[in-house]
Write a protein that binds this ligand. Structure first.
Ligand code: FMN
Length: 186
């Protein structure tokens, strides 16, 4: 191992999610996205099923995805405007798909995709890039899944958007670990 435990803990603590308002719309180097997805691909999965599936939308390709978001808003005028505009707020949108295997319960495949996104966000943070997993009703809608080409039993679990941070790198806190752990020795 070439990094220290202190370095690793720092990287874990500094991984951050950014609201879209804190992301710059400017294009980013897609080689960075390739690195982020390489990190994602090293996630663990039970039986090495590797159920994560990604599609990367950038540049003009975001227009079609934005239209799918608008369609998913299904006539709610206010929601439609919001969906139409938000796609341009981040330069890269990665759909987070889960393709289940025949050998594992679905929950294990979902957890494995979560591990992949953790890896992805750790790499994004290391690259100084802002990102967030967005998993709301629109980002997981059947119409959007269909647009991406994720048909059942595959599932759309939302999007990881990525871009340059608009301001300072935010910090965060966690509630005490002691409230979440029991140590049993005897
Ligand atoms: C499975 C999953 C789904 C999430 N979905 C959303 C979401 O839909 N909207 C949102 O604002 N944040 C979402 N987040 C990001 C969390 O809000 C964020 O991780 C949490 O606030 C902790 O902040 P941090 O990532 O900066 O440590 C999601 C995170 C995970 C792991």
């Amino acid at each position: 191992m070439s990094i220290t435990t202190a370095d690793l803990l720092t990287a874990l603590r500094q991984r951050r999610s950014f609201g879209l308002r804190n992301v710059l719309p400017d294009p980013i180097d897609l080689n960075d996205i390739a690195l982020i997805l390489e990190a994602a691909n090293w996630a663990p999965s039970h039986g090495n099923t590797e159920p994560w599936r990604f599609t990367v939308y950038s540049g003009e390709a975001r227009r079609g995805l934005g239209a799918a978001f608008v369609a998913a808003a299904q006539g709610d005028a206010k929601a439609e405007v919001k969906q139409r505009d938000k796609i341009w707020m981040a330069p890269v949108w990665i759909s987070i798909g889960m393709l289940p295997s025949a050998i594992n319960p679905e929950w294990e495949e979902l957890v494995a995709v979560g591990c992949a996104i953790q890896n992805a966000q750790l790499m994004a943070s290391q690259l100084g890039l802002a990102s967030k997993w967005s998993s709301g009703a629109i980002g997981t809608h059947d119409l959007v899944a269909k647009f991406i080409g994720l048909e059942p039993p595959a599932k759309l679990l939302g999007f990881l958007y990525v871009g340059k941070p608009a301001g300072e790198w935010p910090s965060s806190t966690r509630r005490p670990l002691a409230d979440k752990v029991r140590w049993v020795s005897e």
